[in-house]
Ligand binder design. Structure first.
Ligand code: NAD
Length: 258
């Protein structure tokens, strides 16, 4: 079966850059109507223009995923624009490289708020918006939600929470026969502004050591390109994955196989 999302209306968070932007492009190619959302309105609008110039049906919605009220109004606006919503991708996230002895409580909480609390807010809003007609929720976790890294304690905890939350939501939606599937996606290291930004916060020697340790741990010998992860998002939103719920889709070049 080819992967087709024709006429599905999909909202993606953190869509202005990296994996989210690649997912918007891939979804547009698969025929979806793409609700592009991000806290960075300028970059989000720019991406929308680029998608539309290639014939895609795309609209920008400003959304800070940590803001409960904004979630409510954003989904109402998407439904007002398109008449329905078939998929929500909770993709927005941050990463800060910081060992447990140096991590502050504020830093820890910021990571949990954006990477984990916001996935609860987005999933809750998505279930409420889609339960009468069904749909698909894709929660972007990470390999760091499955295994640990000594320098990513806050990130590990936030992504592990997304992995477990996803299974709870999948069971809840199945129990109530909402027709909503909920799955988590676990990318390995991907060349995006998130990775380059996290490395840029470290002294040059530490950044180089972190990057070479990571690449040496990837059996395929390189980081992924965002497009190589976007295909997993399209799959999980499409009917090609209709028998999957509560699952973990790992796309990591073999990182977690060791
Ligand atoms: P990125 O930094 O390239 O893009 C993230 C986007 O999220 C940005 O456009 C940013 O403006 C937006 N954003 C940040 N805070 C936000 C907020 N509060 N509300 C709305 N938008 C917000 O990141 P990426 O690498 O594309 O990562 C996307 C997702 O994939 C994240 O959840 C990340 O944890 C996960 N992930 C990334 C990698 C990787 O190696 N890049 C690996 C595994 C998982």
């Amino acid at each position: 079966m080819s992967i087709d999302c024709k006429d599905k209306v999909v909202l993606i968070t953190g869509a202005a850059k990296g994996i989210g932007a690649a997912a918007c492009r891939a979804l547009a190619e698969a025929g979806a109507k793409v609700a592009v959302s991000d806290i960075d309105a300028a970059a989000g609008r720019e991406l929308c223009e680029a998608l539309r110039s290639r014939g895609a049906d795309a609209e920008f919605f400003a959304l800070d995923v940590c803001d409960e009220q904004q979630w409510q109004s954003c989904l109402e606006m998407v439904v007002a624009s398109y008449g329905r919503i078939d998929g929500v991708v909770n993709n927005a996230g941050i990463a800060v490289i910081c060992g447990p002895e140096d991590e502050s409580l504020d830093g820890w909480r910021r990571t949990q708020r954006i990477n984990s609390d916001a996935v609860f807010l987005g999933s809750r809003a998505a279930i409420q918006a889609m339960k009468s007609q069904g749909g698909s929720i894709v929660n972007v976790s990470s390999i760091e939600g499955i295994v640990g890294d000594p320098m990513l304690p806050a990130y590990n905890a936030s992504k592990g929470a997304v992995r477990a939350l996803t299974k709870s939501l999948a069971l809840y939606c199945a129990d109530r026969q909402y027709g909503i599937r909920v799955n988590s996606l676990h990318p390995g290291y991907v060349e995006t502004p998130l990775v380059s930004g996290a490395l840029a916060q470290l002294p040059d020697d530490d950044a180089a050591a972190f990057a070479s340790r990571v690449v040496a741990s990837i059996p395929l010998g390189r980081m992924a390109q965002p497009e190589e992860i976007a295909s997993g998002i399209v799959f999980l939103l499409s009917d090609a994955s209709r028998y999957m719920t509560g699952s973990e889709l790992v796309m990591d070049g073999g990182y977690t196989a060791r």
